[in-house]
Design a protein around this ligand. Structure first.
Ligand SMILES: [Zn+2]
Length: 301
């Protein structure tokens, strides 16, 4: 089964918590939206185990309700066309009691969650799907589960016999967003040299093998320039104020350094054909899209 010529180009990104869409894929979502590509975000949990880092007065709200409003603002900033919530509970960090909550995403039946996502895929008909890498980027149980559920859902969506509403749909390219170790090391050193906080702390790191996070550079298949959309990505991250405080390196890195460090988003193509002969690809829709993105709505940052 292949997409019909009349199916609009669609990018669907699956993320475990409100804020992950902006941190991991904010650039490619805004870029795709400006290229006239439909963009859809699926958020697996409400993020209720996050911390209210900024100490925001939530009033009558619980954290989940507050984060929902932050998410709506972030999606608007990125020009996202469609949003779905899978409705699971945030599983919290590895080993926390929240992992065992019966409604947690971590405890959810993989097949049931994948069937739910497969129905969304059949309804939205994306050619390109993005989720976490197999290690959940930094090991959070919900990020690992988002990867597993997405892999299975893409397969189920294409299976004619699968008990999923809607016509079968074959996703053409499935990616994991990730961070290359080389990039992380460069960012760590540059942040410390600038006197800024690094997510790895103030320690000297001798080489990429010492980094606790990251994917070997050789596994990166795709690097997308999101420089013209970086301002919108950071604005979307800032909308998640309860999670990404103003002193976060995401937001307090001076613009010039941020552009140098964060102006590309990195991916591994895990299913489907690499577009063209060059590696890394420079567009998730390489081989699929006819029109290049227009930075018409970008803010020039
Ligand atoms: Zn997350």
């Amino acid at each position: 089964m292949s997409p019909t010529p009349t199916a609009p180009l669609t990018l669907l990104c699956v993320h475990p918590h409100p804020d992950d869409e902006s941190i991991a894929c904010g650039g490619v979502l805004a870029r795709a939206a400006d290229a006239g590509i439909r963009t859809v975000v699926v958020t697996c949990t409400a993020g209720e185990e996050g911390e209210n880092l900024a100490g925001i007065d939530l009033g009558e709200d619980d954290l989940a309700a507050h984060r929902r409003r932050e998410l709506v603002a972030a999606l608007a900033e990125l020009g996202v066309d469609g949003h779905h919530q899978l409705g699971y509970r945030d599983s919290g960090m590895v080993g926390s009691a929240a992992n065992q909550h019966p409604d947690s995403f971590h405890a959810a039946d993989l097949e049931l969650a994948a069937l739910e996502l497969a129905a969304i895929i059949r309804a939205e008909r994306p050619q390109v799907v993005v989720s976490d890498d197999e290690r959940g980027t930094y090991g959070h149980p919900d990020h690992v589960k988002a990867h597993q559920v997405t892999v299975r859902a893409v397969a189920l969506a294409a299976e004619a016999a699968a008990p999923v509403a809607g016509a079968p749909w074959q996703v053409v390219k499935r990616y994991s967003h990730t961070l290359a170790k080389g990039r992380l090391l460069t960012a760590h050193r540059a942040l410390l040299a600038a006197g800024l906080a690094s997510p790895f702390g103030e320690v000297s790191v001798g080489g990429v093998e010492e980094l606790p996070l990251g994917t070997p550079d050789a596994r990166i298949t795709t690097e997308v320039d999101v420089g013209p959309w970086l301002g919108r990505k950071r604005a979307a991250m800032a909308a998640h104020r309860s999670q990404i405080g103003p002193d976060s390196f995401f937001l307090n890195t001076p613009e010039e350094l941020a552009t140098a460090l964060f102006a590309t988003e990195q991916f591994m193509l895990e299913a489907g054909p690499l577009g063209g002969h060059e590696r890394p690809e420079t567009d998730l829709f390489a081989g699929l899209a006819a029109a290049p993105p227009s930075p018409g709505r970008a803010d020039g940052q």
